[in-house]
Design a protein around this ligand. Sequence first.
Ligand code: ZN
Length: 307
Amino acid sequence: MTELRDHLMALADKAVAAGDGPRHAAPHPVNAVMISHWTEAMGDRNPAYTGPDAVAPPAMIQVWSMEGLSRDPAKEFRRPMDDVFDALDEAGYTGVVATNCEHTYHRYLSMGEELTSSTRMLDMVGPKRTALGEGYFVTWNVTWFSGDEPVAEMMFRLLKFQPLRPVEKAKREPYPLRPAVNDDTRFFWDGVQAGELRIQKCGGCGELRHPPGPVCPSCRSAERTHVVASGTGTVYSYVVHHHPPVPGQETPFVVAVVELPEGVRMVGNIVQCPIGEVYVGMPVRVTYQEMDDELTLPMWAPIPEEA
Ligand code: ZN
């Protein structure tokens, strides 16, 4: 472990000592079209950014040096810290999360200015234990130039971390949202543990009902039993949950009302399906998701269409 740390630190020291990386030309001069897209996206109606004497919004400085999707900047030029990032990836520090970003603007930019940018690695700190996993904080600085004049700077810090394995995580932290199990619902959760999707059935008139309750809404009988559902259904309705954050869940996720052929509807998450591909009427099958060592929750996965 110490050897790995020494190796990573040596690479980091070398990158820091290398100082400023090569100047890289921005793909387009400062222009009104890019500014218009940016101000629209940000909802920024400052009149200084339109008209014949317009200046560029300082906060969009990083936009000018972005390469676009079709070019691979890693192949075109290497930044001083790219060797460090490669070594961190190789050592299993594959996770990445940005932690700090500070901009400094020296003056406004006018239409037609041709920019270059240069990157300098500032430092690396670690390994540190974080909630995401053990990792190294890497900090660098980008300077933008118009001609030889520095016009803006950005300090950027990110954490490269070894993602905790889901199994290890589950052992450490129980899934925070536990279902409320009571005398009316215990048969359902016992079924889930046994790999059965159970539907409550009235012991009087035989009507099926979900969610479970103490009394039949049709005949008022308190006698109840259950049947085992086939485990298929169709999406009756759904929402994509973006906000607020839900403990133990990564957003966004899909919560659906699933209509069962047995005639009841159940609420559950849709899994194993890209969010954009969920649709009303989608055929789904129940799947049992182990949330931690003790809790299993029924969720719904798409049934592939017959070819
Ligand atoms: Zn009944």
